[in-house]
Design a protein around this ligand. Structure first.
Ligand code: GLA
Length: 386
């Protein structure tokens, strides 16, 4: 991967393309989710953290309504649109994300001017690490300042969710943008997705002699495809049949009764969400009391639940998890929406190389493309760079 451009380089590149300096440069990170998958849209709990892979955007306000967009990735050249007539049907590729944010802000009654915008990102795309939310959060941070919209983090979260749901067409929840906008270095973001309350939970793998490896399977996924939406529908059906506002309101103790009320598949979907919420709460408690070394079994249980009950894993993710565990990881699971993307493996620092090699070898033997493997630490959330 080529080195990401820093704020100065991005501003210089911007000036070369657009003929004037940007008004500023903003940055927002991708995320991994430690635990709590497909719980966000069920008004449950999640525990993601921001990673030090970011999207950066240089922006300048224009005197007219033209929007001109360029990225350092993707092979499209300069793409133009008009802020007065944004059209989700014609938006293509990564431009859906900035355009979706502009559209969502307009839906809130804000007047968004024309813009020149240059984007750079080193968040791997399609890898389940929220590359799209990193772009959206960088853009909304920029527009929040440049248009003096003065939205708080919670409103920016809802606006980017609206962009994803109603412009991009992915019926996703609020976890990713909450991590990107609200994270701080060294902490995981314990988010209650019902009321958006956040507690920052220290996650210091280094001091515990551990590393958190991300294993990008290179199996690309899109949450605008059917699988994610189908899971969400099952959850909504489960909540309706059980007579609750959201699956957040179903406890472990309710599962036995639920099994008699739901069809077998819906029950398994519900069981994943209910047990996963419980695992998040347990993970937070263990991090508070015992540190990262204690959460391995919860990561494993989370993966099994997603593989068997929620059925959102795939052969490559299962192999990554299994190979990492066999080679010494103390816990591993797929992370993100599923159907591809990345796994995480919590690994003793001394075994990290062995785990990497074992996963690479297992992928080669299975005839899969070589995975991308790198370590991550909880990084800072979105901010202005220049
Ligand atoms: C994607 C979505 C999130 C969340 C996860 C699954 O990352 O964007 O809202 O639902 O999948 O936990």
């Amino acid at each position: 991967m080529t080195r990401p451009l820093d704020a100065k380089e991005l501003a210089a590149r911007f000036e070369g393309v657009f003929g004037a300096a940007p008004d500023g440069v903003w940055q927002a990170p991708g995320r991994v989710n430690l635990i709590g998958e497909h719980t966000d849209y069920n008004e449950g709990f999640v525990l993601p953290f921001a990673i030090d892979r970011t999207a950066r955007v240089a922006v300048r306000v224009r005197p007219d309504s033209a929007i001109r967009m360029l990225s350092t990735f993707g092979n499209q050249g300069l793409t133009t649109a008009d802020a007065r007539s944004l059209d989700r049907a014609t938006a293509r590729g990564w431009t859906k994300y900035p355009l979706g944010v502009i559209w969502a802000l307009q839906q809130r009654g804000l007047n968004i001017p024309g813009l020149d915008l240059l984007l750079d990102s080193d968040v791997p795309r399609g890898a389940g690490l929220s590359s799209s939310h990193a772009i959206e959060c960088a853009v909304i941070s920029a527009l929040n300042e440049l248009t003096a919209a003065s939205l708080g983090a919670e409103d920016m979260v809802l606006a980017t969710q609206r962009a994803e749901n109603d412009f991009v067409g992915a019926p996703t929840g609020i976890m990713d943008q909450s991590a990107s906008l609200r994270a701080t270095a060294g902490h995981a973001v314990f988010l209650d997705c019902r009321d958006q309350s956040v507690r920052l939970v220290p996650f210091d793998a280094d001091s515990a002699g551990l590393v958190l490896l991300v294993i990008d399977t290179r199996v690309s996924h899109s949450h605008a495809d059917g699988g994610y939406a189908a899971r969400r529908e099952s959850c909504e059906l489960g909540a309706e049949v059980l007579g609750v506002r959201a699956l957040r309101d179903v406890g472990l103790e309710d599962l036995e009764e639920a099994s008699g009320l739901l069809d077998a598949e819906t029950f398994r979907r519900v069981r994943h969400v209910v047990t996963e919420n419980d695992r998040v709460l347990q993970a937070v408690e263990l991090l508070d009391t015992a540190g990262p070394g204690a959460i391995g079994p919860l990561l494993d249980a989370s993966h099994a639940s997603m593989r068997d009950d929620f059925e959102i894993s795939c052969a490559e993710l299962d192999l990554a998890v299994e190979a990492a565990r066999t080679a010494g990881a103390i816990g591993a699971r797929m992370t993100g929406g599923g159907f591809g993307g990345s796994a995480i493996a919590l690994t003793p620092a001394g075994s990290a190389q062995r785990v990497r090699t074992a996963v690479e070898r297992a992928f080669a033997e299975a005839g899969y493309a070589a995975p991308g493997i790198f370590s991550v630490r909880p990084a800072a959330g979105a901010r202005r760079l220049a």
